[in-house]
Design a protein around this ligand. Structure first.
Ligand code: NDP
Ligand code: 8X3
Length: 251
């Protein structure tokens, strides 16, 4: 039987690589994000390369009405969602607490935390009806140890860990798996977004070591999602070989 995955933030980085990995495995993909042009291009690429079906949905995970409007209108044949990957997220700024921007904090909380709550709440009725499903939340090593000037971002990723644990307990009764994947430093568009388009500053983050790449995280996600029905990875941290935790790197 064909399987269905819904991935938030599929226009770039991990989300795009996850879509490519699952499409290569024959999964039909619901791909979401705000940038419609990128979603359309990805849909075409996946369908022609892998002969699978795609359903692109444009919405902002921060906007509760947009999330529910998009997900509740998913056509019947797409509602049997086997795996939801809550990947959409971002860091904005890297400033000491007293200098950090309130607007940046709002955007990170609304995207990284409330976005997961809204999307999961909207998708869950489909999974509960089938008495199966798998929610995979993308956390971070920044949700394991805080680092200097990481304040707002680290707090949202700690919250993802707490929310995932809570979901796991509550959703046991519905036989729904919940996994948190916590990647370390990975070279995607993440740092370009964090430093608001400053590509030089973004590049410096990965100077002196070989980071993770989006494909690495996609492979780990695929592994977690394709284990037997009785096996669930609850919490997984993956870093590049040069990284020990969110603070210690060998450069
Ligand atoms: P990218 O910037 O490459 O991708 C981020 C994705 O999130 C984009 O597809 C973007 O789509 C989407 N997104 C952001 N805000 C919103 C929003 N409001 N509504 C809908 N979609 C949104 O970064 P990564 O791939 O690296 O990041 C993916 C996740 O992984 C994030 O949660 C991040 O915190 C986490 N992470 C990243 C690490 C890294 O070092 N790269 C390490 C650990 C965790 P669009 O702009 O089109 O809406
Ligand atoms: C992203 C990785 O180290 O910038 O979550 O926090 S880091």
């Amino acid at each position: 039987m064909e399987k269905i995955i819904l991935i938030t933030g599929a226009t770039s980085g991990f989300g795009k690589a996850i879509a490519e990995k699952f499409a290569a495995g024959g999964w039909n993909c619901i791909i979401t994000g705000r940038r419609e042009d990128r979603l359309s291009a990805l849909a075409k690429e996946l369908e022609s390369a892998h002969a699978i079906k795609t359903l692109p949905l444009v919405f902002d995970v921060q906007k509760r009405d947009e999330v529910f409007a998009a997900i509740t209108q998913i056509p019947g044949e797409w509602q049997s969602i086997d795996v939801l990957v809550n990947n959409a997220g971002l860091a904005l700024g890297r400033d000491s607490f007293e200098n950090a921007s309130l607007d940046d904090w709002d955007t990170m909380v609304d995207t990284n935390l409330k976005g997961i709550m809204y999307v999961t709440k909207a998708v869950l009725p489909f999974m509960i009806a089938r008495k199966k499903g798998h929610v995979i939340n993308i956390g971070s090593t920044a949700g394991k140890e805080v680092y200097k000037d990481g304040n707002g971002y680290c707090a949202t990723k700690f919250a993802v860990g707490a929310l995932s644990k809570s979901m796991r307990i509550d959703l046991l009764q519905h036989a729904i798996k919940v996994t948190t994947i916590n990647p370390g430093a990975a070279e995607t568009e993440f740092s370009i977004v964090r430093f608001k388009g400053d590509e030089g500053k973004a590049k410096q983050v990965y100077d002196g070591f070989v980071p993770l790449y989006a494909d690495d995280v996609a492979g780990v996600t695929y592994y977690c999602a394709t284990l037997p029905p009785n096996v669930c990875i609850n919490d997984l941290t993956v870093t590049c070989t040069a990284q020990a935790d969110s603070i210690y790197f060998h450069k």
